[in-house]
Design a protein around this ligand. Structure first.
Ligand SMILES: Nc1ncnc2c1ncn2[C@@H]1O[C@H](COP(=O)(O)OP(=O)(O)OP(=O)(O)O)[C@@H](O)[C@H]1O
Ligand SMILES: [Mg+2]
Length: 244
């Protein structure tokens, strides 16, 4: 059964100095699921995501990612595990001095011994996978629209064929139409690649149309875990705010 769980947070406590951000936060993310981290600003969504990808240490509890406790891992294992996920950060910047193709190639150059022409072919394939035309390969980030930049950053996150994809507010800053197209892309990628997607979002449309399940963080705790159907049945005023 354990195999069906991609990520399990067990009683996670996070503290910055005197201030407690998470007080025994627990939840499970199934493999192949598009899972949302929701909550008000400052509720600790980004911090929780950073803890999953080993950019932030927890103060207590266990974070199991693909069956491995990321707090008790050797640096060699950590290096291996990092190659199993791709990340699109909240302000996920591409390297401005590199072309789009070079941006996508960067991880493969670092982590594989493949010859450059194979890396290039593979990067071109990733660009087409996210719906970017081949001509953008030799363009620089400044020459692309916001939506195209997000796609390029997504292609880079997919470069090493990850099992997990982490997205922090992927549709923020996009116009509504680009946001919906990006949402559809995420669903298509999950359906075709079978990856597990963990996404921080404020976007009500994304919540309703993309997420299979989600948690809502508040008052340092998990206020809710489940899907939209279940949330609609809530009588809690705090939770009703998330239904718009
Ligand atoms: N490295 C840090 N040192 C001290 N405090 C931090 C640190 N990182 C985050 N915090 C604090 O933890 C709290 C949660 O921050 P976090 O960025 O996780 O919130 P968030 O839910 O992602 O908010 P938003 O929706 O605004 O992005 C905030 O009060 C923030 O100031
Ligand atoms: Mg955040």
């Amino acid at each position: 059964m354990k195999n069906y769980i991609a990520i399990e947070a067990k009683n996670i406590v996070t503290q910055f100095g005197q201030s407690v951000i998470h007080d025994e936060v627990s939840f499970k993310i199934q493999r192949g699921e598009i899972f949302g981290l929701l909550g008000g600003s400052g509720s600790g969504k980004t911090t929780l995501l950073r803890e999953m990808i080993m950019l932030q240490k927890t103060s207590g509890g266990q974070m199991l990612v693909l069956g491995t406790d990321v707090m008790k891992i050797s640096s060699k294992m950590a290096q291996k595990l990092r190659q199993k996920w791709g990340v699109l950060f909240q302000f996920g910047a591409l390297f401005t001095s590199l072309t789009i193709l070079e941006n996508v190639m960067i991880g493969m150059r670092e982590y594989t011994n493949l010859p450059d022409w194979i890396i290039e072919e593979s990067a071109l394939m990733k660009l087409s996978m996210v719906g970017l035309p081949p001509k953008v390969a030799n363009m620089y980030p400044s020459e692309l629209s916001g939506g195209m930049k997000k796609r390029a950053a997504l292609a880079r996150a997919l470069a090493l064929d990850p099992k997990l994809l982490f997205l922090d507010e992927p549709t923020s800053g996009l116009d509504p139409q680009s946001a919906r197209t990006f949402d559809e892309l995420i669903v298509t990628l999950r359906d075709t690649l079978g990856i597990t997607v963990v996404m921080v979002t404020h976007d009500k449309d994304t919540m309703a149309n993309v997420l299979d399940r989600f948690i809502i963080l508040g008052n340092k705790k998990v206020l809710f875990e489940g899907n939209m159907e279940l949330l609609k049945q809530t009588r809690d005023d705090e939770l009703k705010k998330f239904l718009s």
